[in-house]
Design a protein around this ligand. Structure first.
Ligand code: IMP
Length: 429
């Protein structure tokens, strides 16, 4: 049974939540390895609609284990809120959710620092989700952070005070925020104690027992702190490599990487976006695709599919199979351009440059493909797709040199065309 990594190949919001929900029956456990409640997954099935931020959509499958790995930054308050909302909707989390004792904490101080930094940056702001993600990774790397294991320590209050002594000097209201943390601690300790475990050892034990794990990435590779459009990036390792560092499972135990890409491109927050559609075509895509953030409600910026950026993400992450989502959003277009090359100042370049100011000057080279101008919503068989829609899928596969095992034609589980693939057991059965 495979251990499979699923990552987003664009700027997040590719529809990973639906894909993970769809494929997770073939796995024993779903593991998140980076990010925090900046992520948002929407899962729809039957008449129900779930918006998840921290907990993998595997939680909606009763027999699956869900693990929040050591690479994550977790707000205990947000986690408890999410557990409560799932339980209120009748979804059992008891016994199926584990949290790494090494995961970093997001405390109220981190969220306040996020807001203060964005404000200080003014026009240069990143457009973060204001969840405290960057400051929490910042204190992690400067070795001033607190982790889940600290919640279990009797001297938690002292640890908060000493570790955060330096950064708390930055904010005038830091004392009140640290008091808030100390006041909340008894409840965190009482409720989270059964969940906080050495998940690195547990995951490796499960692999030794022959169980198969699905590693669920949040955000997308173009937001990765190393590979993404820095500084307009998130602060975590979104990449396939991040699945190892963020879970404690060696790269040699991973069997492959599934890349999720949307049939067009979106981005939320600031930062360069070659080919962004600022006209009514972008607005049409946004409305039809319901491109508004699950976490912040912000309208997403839209553009045609950028195959150059996706090809780069595929190469750097060893992606061997695709899940193509939201094909149906393009149903009403006569023509569908895709970006197949980049030029800067008239000169051809092969990939996104390191400097975001140069990325902002990219002139996308477009290939115009015929639209199918016909409804595809809910189609479940590849051969039922209009011929031009199949041609669109096949153009993408051929440009990227990677096949699509999944083509999604709507938000619901059943609105999916699926083909067998060794990394996704039981998918087409
Ligand atoms: P942060 O992760 O809150 O620090 O935000 C940094 C950048 O990543 C901002 O542009 C956010 O809009 C973007 N971002 C963070 N999480 C997501 C996500 O789940 N989907 C899309 N964009 C995200």
């Amino acid at each position: 049974m495979p251990n499979t990594i699923i990552i987003g190949l664009q700027w997040g919001d590719e529809g990973k939540g639906k894909i993970v929900d769809l494929v997770c029956p073939g796995f024993d456990a779903v593991v998140r390895f980076q990010g925090g409640h900046n992520a948002g997954h929407t899962v729809k099935f039957a008449d129900r609609h779930f918006a998840l931020h921290l907990i993998p959509s595997g939680i909606l499958h009763p027999e699956k284990q869900c693990v929040l790995g050591n690479g994550m930054v977790i707000s205990p308050a947000a986690l408890l809120e999410e557990i409560d909302s799932l339980e209120a909707a009748g979804v059992e989390t008891d016994g199926c959710l584990l949290v790494s004792d090494r995961a970093q904490l997001i405390l109220p101080l981190h969220a306040a620092l996020d807001a203060a930094r964005e404000e200080a940056l003014g026009d240069e702001k990143i457009g973060t989700t204001l969840r405290g993600i960057g400051p929490a990774y910042g204190t992690k790397v400067s070795r001033e952070g607190l982790r889940m294991c600290d919640i279990l320590a009797p001297d938690f209050a002292h640890r908060v005070e000493t570790r955060l002594a330096r950064v708390s000097k930055i904010l005038p209201n830091a004392a009140a925020l640290l008091d808030e943390t100390r006041d909340a601690w008894p409840e965190w300790r009482y409720r989270l104690k059964p969940l906080i475990q050495d998940t690195q050892t547990i995951l490796n034990d499960w692999i030794d027992e022959g169980k198969s794990l699905l590693f669920e990435g949040a955000q997308g590779v173009l937001l990765d702190v190393d590979q993404g459009t820095y500084p307009y990036a998130t602060s975590s390792s979104v990449t396939a490599g991040g699945a190892s560092t963020g879970s404690g499972v060696a790269p040699t135990k991973m069997d492959g990487v599934v890349g999720v890409l949307k049939a067009y491109t979106t981005r939320v927050g600031e930062g360069p976006f070659p080919g962004e559609l600022l006209d009514d075509v972008g607005e049409r895509i946004r409305r039809r695709g319901n491109e508004f953030g699950t976490t912040t409600g912000r309208p997403r910026r839209c553009g045609w599919l950028d195959l150059v950026a996706v090809r780069q993400a595929i190469r750097q992450n060893g992606v061997t199979v695709l899940a193509l989502t939201k094909l149906d959003v393009l149903d009403s277009f006569e023509e569908i351009p895709v970006c197949v090359g980049y030029r800067v100042g008239g000169k051809e370049i092969r990939a996104l440059p390191a400097d975001s100011e140069i990325v902002a000057r990219i002139e996308p080279q477009l290939e115009i493909l015929p639209g199918w101008n016909e409804e595809t919503v809910g189609l479940e068989k590849y051969e039922d797709l209009p011929e031009k829609a199949r041609k669109y899928v096949e153009y993408i596969e051929s440009f990227l040199g990677v096949p699509a095992a999944i083509v999604s034609t709507g938000p619901r589980r059943e609105e999916t065309i699926a083909r067998e693939h060794e990394l996704l057991p039981g998918l087409a059965s």
